[in-house]
Design a binder for this molecule. Structure first.
Ligand SMILES: [Zn+2]
Length: 231
């Protein structure tokens, strides 16, 4: 596209927005035009929101969740069951699980997935932080990672290390049946709940068969999802 009629600064704005996840040049153009047309209200709110992210958001020093405080909401809440630790790739995954409303344990956010293609290696993730926080008080680690190749590679890497450093811990992963390559954030709440309830020990033992009802770590407030999961 010929952009010689645009200023250098305008090209930069379009470029910055077009590189955001899920956007491209066309949507960037629409967003910029919309913001310029509605400077007083929409743009003002947009700038304030971005300032909020810049100034107030921070990674929790315990779990890696992005929140407004550290320790975060989950780590500082006495009502959460800290003996069940759910490992996810991103803060967005925590939002997806919380939205479904069935899990009442604690989280650990890795900050991504291992990927040789994207150049993401163990040191780039909060794996050491995870291993350092699994003490005797942690009874179960639930790996809730995407069913992509990167998700599965990350899962087995973590399993290997937890088995070495914390052999007392039960390690489980989400049930099979998750859409291949799917991200937690895009899975419907019923499927996600079902995958949690039907989670399996990594040695292949179906968790619930040996520990009925074994939803003690779940709040149970979403009865309909429990029914879906058991159907
Ligand atoms: Zn935290």
């Amino acid at each position: 596209m010929n952009t010689s009629f645009l200023s250098e600064d305008m090209c930069k704005v379009l470029q910055v927005i077009s590189r955001l996840p899920g956007l491209g040049p066309k949507s960037a153009k629409r967003i910029v035009l919309h913001l310029m047309k509605n400077k007083d209200v929409v743009l003002e709110n947009f700038i304030n929101s971005l300032s909020f992210i810049k100034e107030r958001s921070r990674c929790c020093e315990i779990c890696g969740y992005v929140d407004e405080k550290s320790p975060c909401f989950f780590c500082s809440c006495d009502l959460r069951d800290k003996s069940a630790l759910c490992i996810v790739a991103t803060t967005g995954d925590v939002w997806a699980i919380e939205k479904a409303g069935f899990f009442n344990g604690a989280y650990h956010v890795l900050g991504g997935l291992l990927s040789t293609f994207e150049g993401c290696y163990p040191d780039d993730l909060s794996i050491d932080m995870l291993l350092g926080r699994i003490d005797a008080s942690v009874k179960e680690v639930i790996l809730a990672l995407n069913s992509s190749i990167d998700g599965q590679s990350t899962m087995y890497y973590i399993i290997e290390h937890i088995k070495r450093t914390a052999p007392h811990v039960r390690i489980s992963s989400l049930a099979k049946g998750m859409p291949i390559g799917s991200e937690l954030d895009y899975i419907d709440q019923g499927t996600l709940m079902s995958a949690f309830i039907g989670r399996r020990d990594v040695d292949g033992v179906e968790y619930n068969r040996h520990h009925e009802p074994s939803i003690e770590n779940f709040s149970g407030k979403n009865e309909k999802y429990i029914e879906i999961a058991r159907a």
